[in-house]
Design a protein around this ligand. Structure first.
Ligand code: IPE
Ligand code: IPE
Ligand code: MG
Length: 228
């Protein structure tokens, strides 16, 4: 048992649509509230000394949604990229995006690059946003690159070298909204992650609930296939 905080936390930020529906509002209202929750949880992570936070913001499966919702999610992400720079710089946050470029508009890709570039020297927490991300797509893309580069010796390290961002594996994966599935998130990286499912919908997820997840993680016995 270890009382250490995780080095890397991954979160499936789920439940925005249901949260909005409960309030008689359009789903997009929930996505706006979700962005505010992310800001708060990022601050909590910084205070706890967590080094990496990866959040699932848009999956390769989310293209199936109504065009209006997809357009709003794209717009909200672009707004986030533009408005968040000052705060990320102030808090020494390094910003990264994991995901496929295909399908994402040129101007959104340009905003992503600008923010990654502006924050690349920051030495505090790394915020990695999974956007147009799919775990299977990431592995397919890695395999394509491995073949293209004519890699001769294929080890786990070889595969890891070709994943979107070379971050250490998350020790803790949190999913909100009561759903107990992975939905194609970080399939490779969560091989030994501790899983925590919260019933709280993402816009209502707060510091207290986040602390409960971490406290639960601290009670877990991690064995990695071995014995204690
Ligand atoms: C998560 O909330 C955000 C995205 C997937 C973009 P949802 O939009 O999935 O909300 P629910 O699950 O329908 O309530
Ligand atoms: C996973 O949530 C994707 C994100 C949180 C971005 P979904 O709401 O899309 O997943 P399913 O459809 O419930 O599996
Ligand atoms: Mg959902």
């Amino acid at each position: 048992m270890s009382l250490r905080v995780p080095n890397h936390i991954a979160i499936i930020m789920d439940g925005n649509g249901r949260w909005a529906k409960e309030k008689g509002m359009p789903r997009t209202y929930g996505h706006k509230a979700g962005a505010d929750t992310l800001r708060k949880i990022l601050t909590s992570c910084g205070e706890l000394g967590i080094k990496y936070l990866t959040v699932y913001a848009f999956s390769t499966g989310n293209w199936k949604r109504a065009k209006e919702e997809v357009d709003t999610l794209m717009f909200l992400f672009k707004t986030y990229l533009k408005n968040e720079k000052k705060l990320l710089m102030k808090n020494n946050v390094k910003f990264l995006v994991s995901g496929r470029k295909e399908g994402v508009s040129k101007d959104l890709l340009a905003e992503i690059s600008k923010l990654e570039e502006a924050t690349k020297g920051n030495t505090g927490i790394t915020l990695n946003i999974a956007f147009n991300y799919g775990g299977r797509a990431e592995l397919v893309d890695a395999i394509k690159e491995i073949v293209k580069n004519n890699e001769k010796e294929i080890t786990e390290e070889t595969v890891e070298k070709y994943l979107y961002n070379q971050l250490p594996d998350p020790e803790l994966l949190i999913r909100t909204s009561g759903e107990m599935r992975i939905s194609n998130f970080l399939l490779w990286q969560i091989a030994y992650a501790e899983l925590y499912f919260s019933d709280v919908l993402w816009p209502d997820f707060d510091e207290a609930e986040f602390n409960r997840a971490i406290a639960c993680y601290q009670q877990r016995h991690r064995r990695f296939g071995g014995t204690e």
